[in-house]
Design a binder for this molecule. Sequence first.
Ligand code: SF4
Length: 355
Amino acid sequence: MLAAVKTDARDRPGTYRLVAEGGEVLYVGKSKRVRARLLSHFRAEYPRDKSARIIAEAASVAWDYEPSEFAASLAELRLIKRWRPRYNVMMKRDARHYAFVRLTAGTAPRLDVVRTAHADGGDTYYGPFHGAQQLGEALRELNDAIGLRDCALDTRMHFADQAELPVAAGRTPGCIRYEIGRCLGPCIGAVMAAEYNARVALAREFLAGAHDAPVALLREAMEEASHRLEFERAARLRDKVARLESLQDQFARMRVAIESLSFCYEVPGVNGDDRVYVIRRGCVRHETTAPKDSRERALLDTLAADLLSPAAQRSRAVPAHEIDELLLVASWFRRFPGELERTRHRFGRSPYMRV
Ligand code: SF4
């Protein structure tokens, strides 16, 4: 492997993979200079360094060149998703300081805070956010204000209008949230499916910034408590309102942050292989070679206008399969803010880059 790298690899941007005897892809990496990066694997100290342990297990090495470091980063991400290499899974922990709000699919959806997003479950994700604990507290207020459940996912649900009730209606639920008016009680047939789903829709609208009802409800209760001279209760409600408002703020900032990652990005490539990426909400929607004349540029502008139109950006949630790419693109422009000079058709004038 070392001889092959020394003889054939060049110092160009690209991805590489180390493959075990049976064909398992053990590790995928990328570098601005593939040859130098691969040679560094062979200099690593065995068994202390992970790089050296990967080399010890590998039977072959292969690489592909990319036009730029940005292209190599995108290619690496896609290869990791495709092969899920064992050593990448062990080493890839970049996203662990982020948190996401998840709205689960299925019967009686619930909102919770999670560290990772899974593309296969049909759940909806909002984020990424910093500060999982604060986010969790604010979300609890939202759940309480609109009566959504927050119990374990496998808790059995049955709505009042379900044909068969597996347990008798009026049963005491597994927690006291129903008793104290913080959950509609979809576990004991205390609510119709449509009513519960209307509250879920309210939560969606609140998170999308289109509805203020949960905050308005709490404010009303706070004012009532104040009129009745129940100052302790009023103070508790004031804190709840503050937490919900902070959740609203976080969501508003996240929306601006994600939407600001919408533009055409022109990247100079090795040997004139320049590329243009049309990026919408942090994900590459179209990639092409840079236009060579005014006709090609006009065609690209038309396509970009279409892909970046407000209608195309309607959705507020981030599809789970786009989250990794969104994090990659956000991190790229945070590390290299000067690259924003190469973007056109940007959403807003001052992209907020703290995703
Ligand atoms: S009342 Fe029932 S549905 Fe609501 S949180 Fe408790 S166990 Fe879950």
